[in-house]
Design a protein around this ligand. Structure first.
Ligand code: ZN
Ligand code: ZN
Ligand code: FE
Length: 749
């Protein structure tokens, strides 16, 4: 006989962990107890050696929402427990607890949802300890019902019995509810008045099938939904939402439907069915309505993740557009009145309910890569689960960047990355940023001691940081990108880093974005970069890729007459002169080494995209058209200048113009362009390896969302015996930058 004391840490509270332990102890005939305290779950069991071993190995498969970080055991002589009991939580318990993300409806709940005999038959808010809303309904800690948006609903007798029964799946399930006592759905007309009907969900489905656009209240905000097979409805939604080309996400009834629309492999199927239920970007097999994802050969798919979603598909629909409920550029609506106000004129009906959303949380977006995935956006389903750092230190607030903002707060070795805040360009997003920080501070009991911000003086996140009365550090944008990737993997450097993205404020006041760095936690050296060219018009050049195409052409050709490609007739002599004048006079034309702008230039030259209506469109469409399996490459130069290596792509531009003149197929040119960029990157790195003796490389920056580029660079680096590190836990784009800032704060602290 032995007695063992076990401490389990991680997400172990409010996720059915104690009943799970109870069941496990009973199974192995062990006596003792289990309780929650501020450290986690404390367990004592005593019994035979073999039974204890069985119990310990059983702990390794906890309930679905639990995330075990650490299990500590200590052995003692037995004291003669007679039974196994769940003890009351100790006072002060759960003062600091990890909080579960929102989790998709589990199989058990689904079975009940569609069982006519069940008391929750077709009840849109069914949930249990293994599934349902968490992060988005929690107002404050400790995580108890009265601190959630479920507080106004008093549990009925049967619900309350489930809630108090340790052997019930709904033991301490804070959002537990049923049709008798819980939230209800309502269907409203465009003007906000109720549409009288017997079954609002069935009526909503009927309207969707008729081609109507509905605002549907979800877990972290409103979606705008319509039948994805109805081209008229989808294009009407585009017009009303002022969203010209940016792809819409789709929700499929089940995996089978997803498999009809896209090519799925094991990884894709796993991601789609995961409890986080992200949007997964996959190669398109069959077209739905053409307006769903114009100029794309991929679709963003997800499976239903709330009971309400499942009900929407129970009457014949198999695929819906489910796009965030906002006008383009605004944050997603999540409060009822706000949704009614802002979505009026887009949505024709509103499927609402009276369970409040406390915090906005957009859908997460992932794309499979080499047996795993990379994030485009990390939000619902993943947030607020922390990222474990290799280093601990003072609590840091990383304020993030401007676009796709997220912030990061650290405590010990936990980094809490926020949900997707959005582009910090308007008052509403800024408010959401500030409120988000306060909310995280409260939830995780963090009082930051250091704040870290981008060097860009005009970022609203920088201004916010500068207004705080705390010690602060500014950190260069691309250095933060690299550190973010290092934080994920516990790297301390020095390593080589390639950071390719659109825009980042450089130490020398120019715009960086094609950077080769040597990075350690304390600092970095800029070993090389993409050749600088003028950015004529600053932000306008970002929205009008033809400007970059013209700039690159003017680096190589003196007169437009020499160029002789269709782009030139599109451009006309006036715009050619305009750009030349701006550059010559230095009017609003800072120098840039941005890779994103280089992509823009090539996209415009090929006639793919001269003006964009969403961020990164020209580059994305260039990737989308690139021929698969093409291995050709173009020439480029690498020069040494003032101790730095400069990747000079002018020979590439010259060759591209040549090929366009010959009438070469744009998909082939696009592919060869990608190959060239990858080849040059690896060539640059090889030279840097010689100089520094470093062979570990981290890849970061928004351009690595381009999997054609990422895959190619990865492959060539492996071939060249480099050790490659890519983002797996946060996005390579600016949505991941706060993590790097946080790590820097810890290192400097
Ligand atoms: Zn469930
Ligand atoms: Zn009830
Ligand atoms: Fe960036």
């Amino acid at each position: 006989m032995r007695r063992v004391h076990i401490l389990v840490q991680g997400i172990v509270q409010g996720v059915g962990f104690r009943p799970f332990v109870y069941g496990l102890a009973k199974k192995f005939g062990l006596c003792g107890w289990v309780l929650n305290d501020e450290q986690g779950v404390q367990i004592e069991v005593e019994g035979k050696e073999g039974a204890i071993e069985g119990f310990l190995s059983g702990l390794k498969t906890p309930p679905p929402l639990a995330m075990i970080e650490e299990v500590k055991t200590e052995y003692f002589p037995p004291v003669g427990y007679r039974d196994f009991e769940i003890r009351e939580s100790e006072r002060g318990a759960e003062r600091f607890a990890l909080i579960s993300p929102d989790i998709a409806t589990c199989k058990d709940c689904l079975r009940e949802l569609f069982d006519p005999q069940d008391r929750r038959y077709r009840y849109p808010f069914i949930n249990c300890t293994n599934c349902g809303p968490r992060f988005t309904i929690i107002r404050d800690i400790p995580y108890d019902r009265d601190k959630t948006t479920m507080a106004p609903f008093r549990m009925c007798e049967p619900c309350s019995r489930e809630y108090h029964d340790p052997l019930n799946r709904r033991f301490h399930a804070q959002p537990n509810a049923c049709p008798a006592c819980g939230p209800q759905v309502r269907l409203l007309k465009e003007d906000g008045t109720e549409l009288p009907c017997h079954d609002p969900v069935r009526e909503a489905v009927r309207l969707l099938r008729e081609g109507r656009i509905l605002a549907v209240k979800g877990l972290g905000g409103f979606h705008l939904a319509c039948d994805a097979r109805n081209e008229e409805a989808v294009s009407r939604l585009r017009r009303k939402k002022y969203r010209e080309d940016k792809p819409f996400a789709l929700m499929c009834r089940d995996l089978e439907v997803a498999g009809r629309l896209c090519y799925l492999d094991g990884t894709a199927a796993e991601l789609l069915q995961s409890k986080e239920r992200p949007i997964v970007i996959l190669p398109k097999k069959e077209d739905v309505a053409p307006s769903v994802a114009p100029y794309h050969r991929t679709l963003g798919l997800m499976l239903p993740y709330t009971p309400l979603h499942h009900l929407l598909f129970s009457d014949g629909l198999d695929v819906l557009v489910m796009t965030s409920g906002n006008l383009s550029d605004e944050p997603i609506a999540y409060k009822d009145e706000d949704a009614l106000r802002r979505l009026q004129g887009i949505a024709e009906y509103f499927l609402m309910h009276n369970r409040e959303i406390h915090i906005r949380c957009d859908d997460s977006v992932l794309k499979p890569f080499r047996g795993g995935a990379t994030f485009f956006r990390r939000s619902r389903g993943y947030v607020p689960y922390p990222i474990k750092l290799r280093k601990r230190g003072r609590s840091v607030l990383g304020c993030g960047a401007e676009l796709k903002n997220t912030f990061c707060l650290t405590k010990g070795d936990y980094a809490f990355m926020s949900h997707h805040i959005g582009d910090l360009e308007n008052f509403e997003t800024l408010t959401s940023f500030e409120e988000g920080i306060e909310h995280f501070k409260r939830l995780f009991q963090i009082e930051p001691e250091v704040v870290v911000h981008d060097l860009h003086p005009d970022y609203l996140s920088t201004r916010y940081a500068l207004g705080l009365e705390l010690p602060k550090f500014g950190i260069q944008h691309h250095f933060a990108h690299a550190l973010s990737c290092m934080a994920e993997h516990g790297l301390e450097g020095p390593v080589l880093a390639v950071v390719m993205d659109g825009t980042g404020y450089g130490e020398d006041g120019t715009v960086w974005g094609g950077e080769f760095l040597e990075v350690s936690l304390e600092g970095y050296r800029r070993l090389g970069h993409l050749r600088q060219v003028p950015l004529p018009g600053g932000d306008r050049a970002v929205k009008e890729p033809w400007r970059m195409a013209t700039v690159y052409l003017q680096q190589v050709f003196r007169s437009p007459k020499e160029v002789k490609i269709p782009f030139i007739s599109w451009l006309g002599p006036r715009r050619w002169r305009l750009i030349r004048e701006m550059v010559r006079e230095g009017i609003n034309s800072p120098l840039t080494s941005s890779t994103g702008r280089f992509f823009d230039a090539v996209s415009a030259l090929l006639g793919i995209r001269q003006e964009v209506n969403y961020e990164g469109q020209a580059a994305i469409e260039l990737e989308q058209v690139a021929a698969e399996g093409e291995g050709g490459e173009y020439p480029f130069d690498i020069e040494e200048r003032e101790g730095r290596l400069i990747f000079d792509p002018l020979p590439t531009i010259l060759q591209i113009v040549e090929e366009i003149r010959k009438g070469e197929d744009p998909p082939l040119v696009a592919a060869r362009f990608h190959n060239t960029l990858a080849r040059a990157t690896v060539e640059m790195l090889s030279r840097m390896r010689e100089a520094t003796d470093l062979s570990e490389v981290v890849l970061s920056g928004g351009c690595f969302q381009n999997h054609l580029l990422l895959g190619r660079v990865y492959h060539l680096l492996e071939e060249g015996d480099f050790r490659v590190w890519i983002h797996r836990k946060v996005p390579p784009n600016d949505g991941g930058i706060a993590l790097g800032q946080a790590l820097y704060g810890i290192a400097r602290g």
